[in-house]
Design a protein around this ligand. Structure first.
Ligand SMILES: Cc1cc2nc3c(=O)[nH]c(=O)nc-3n(C[C@H](O)[C@H](O)[C@H](O)COP(=O)(O)OP(=O)(O)OC[C@H]3O[C@@H](n4cnc5c(N)ncnc54)[C@H](O)[C@@H]3O)c2cc1C
Length: 419
């Protein structure tokens, strides 16, 4: 372990263990039914867990393409060698102990064999029948001419992509150029790209003197924590980070690592294309979007609002309520959705006034971080989840205390989701 102390690591592990032992005192009686959850990330794993904790006899099957989930949260710290991937990898053993049936496989389609049943197709496996399907597959990327992610990583899904970008950064010469592109919003984790620029700049200053970071942002300005990141770019990392707003990425030369944009071509030593995003593939292929990007849902129960799709729910980054795409709020949406599904099994209407909340911590240097938080409440007049203005908060400035708190916050979220 490098800049993450043993104490931090024990904190992460310890919180997970403590919550694993939480008694199932919330178990409701006499409920039965079948739910199939596709995607075991922050949204899907939380949903599966809380359906079992609260739902008594409800049969819950969680399907994920991988045997364990690698968290995007904290994954920028893998790039700077402060964490390794194993510290942010979570298996489904605790969920299995709660009675979740875990199936490793890729969901490929959804059918409706009769009026009350949905059937989820899994590649190479027996299909799964249920009354409620919950889709939580995260994001997919929109294509860009010439862009090959195995050469020019996004690292916006953690795992092999994170390792690839880290290896490219390690191999970069001193005095080299790291270029990243930021897609138009909405995208996964509003402050995340700016955080990455800071983490990479800090790492390059320490290990590759004379290197530079160029940010090509499709948005008209910094999307989240504008004051904090402006200061980080112009003061903390002055002379290293160069920020360009309003840059449209038109094409990529993946062999030469060139970003072709409306303001010219940019050739990098390491090119990181965070491509424009849309709902995970199963959501779009099942016809659950109207714009080809995000799934319209009723925020009271996250059920699709597309005619004929009742009983299919979409949570996490794939849903299109306008709430930010964060792991913290995905966890909150999952609890609202689990509660609504259990009420439906009991013949009841969903809670009419759900609230959700979000938090993001952003490392700015190897030992300071900032944070951002907000609460959302259901507005019955517009049927939307609206920001509660008084709840909005940002760190006054990046501090060491925030950096420490970041690990406590993440440990709690990881435990509440996977343990
Ligand atoms: C660098 C970075 C930093 C971030 N920092 C923060 C932060 O500080 N705070 C915060 O709250 N959020 C943060 N986020 C955002 C957060 O990671 C995402 O919002 C969150 O992961 C979304 O959860 P999800 O469950 O919708 O998707 P995911 O967590 O991506 O999970 C999707 C799961 O679905 C599975 N899957 C997909 N398709 C299929 C299929 N067809 N069949 C089976 N399985 C499938 C995948 O294997 C995956 O396990 C960050 C993101 C990044 C990239």
């Amino acid at each position: 372990m490098n800049t993450i102390s043993r104490r931090h690591f024990l904190k992460l592990a310890g919180a997970a263990t403590a919550l694993a032992a939480t008694p199932t005192f919330l178990k409701a009686q006499n409920l039965s039914g079948r739910v199939v959850v596709v995607g075991g990330g922050f949204a899907g794993a939380t949903l599966a867990k809380y359906l079992r904790l609260w739902g008594g006899g409800v049969a819950v099957t969680l399907v994920d393409a991988n045997p364990a989930h690698i968290s995007c949260i904290l994954s920028n710290l893998v790039l700077s060698n402060s964490l390794n991937l194993s510290q942010i990898t979570f298996n489904y053993e605790s969920l299995k102990q709660l009675g979740v049936n875990f199936v490793q496989g890729r969901a490929t389609g959804i059918e409706k064999p009769n009026n009350t049943t949905w059937r989820v197709q899994i590649a190479g496996r027996t299909p799964l029948d249920c009354e409620h399907v919950v889709l939580a597959p995260g994001i997919d990327f929109q294509p860009i001419t010439g862009w090959v992610a195995s050469q020019v990583p996004h690292a916006w899904e953690a795992g092999a992509q994170t390792t690839l970008l880290k290896q490219q950064l390690q191999a970069m010469p001193a005095g080299g150029l790291f270029i990243m592109t930021i897609p138009p919003k909405p995208y996964r984790c509003p402050p995340g790209p700016y955080e990455r620029a800071c983490v990479v700049a800090d790492y390059l200053k320490r290990t590759k003197p004379g290197s530079k970071v160029i940010i090509l942002d499709a948005n008209p300005g910094i999307v989240a924590e504008a004051e904090t990141f402006t200061k980080a770019f112009t003061q903390t990392h002055a002379g290293v980070i160069e920020y360009h707003p309003n840059v449209a990425l038109l094409a990529v030369d993946s062999n030469q690592r060139i970003a072709k944009t409306n303001i010219g071509d940019f050739k990098a030593d390491v090119l990181n294309v965070i491509a424009p995003q849309k709902a995970g593939g199963i959501v779009t292929s099942a016809g659950l979007t109207t714009d080809g990007r995000w799934a319209p849902v009723n925020p009271l129960n996250y059920e699709s609002t597309i005619p004929g799709m009742s009983g299919i729910h979409i949570i996490g980054d794939s849903q299109g309520t306008g709430q930010p795409k964060s792991g913290h709020i995905a966890n909150a949406e999952a609890k609202v959705c689990a509660d609504a599904i259990l009420r439906a099994f009991a013949g009841e209407a969903p809670d009419p006034a759900p609230m959700t909340n979000s938090a993001c911590y952003s490392p700015i240097t190897a030992n300071t971080a900032s944070w951002l938080t907000a609460v959302y409440a259901y507005n019955p007049a517009t049927k939307t989840m609206d920001l509660v203005p008084a709840s909005f908060g940002e760190a006054a400035s990046p501090t060491k205390d925030n950096y420490e708190d970041m690990f406590d916050w993440a440990a709690n979220l990881f435990a509440d989701t996977f343990a």
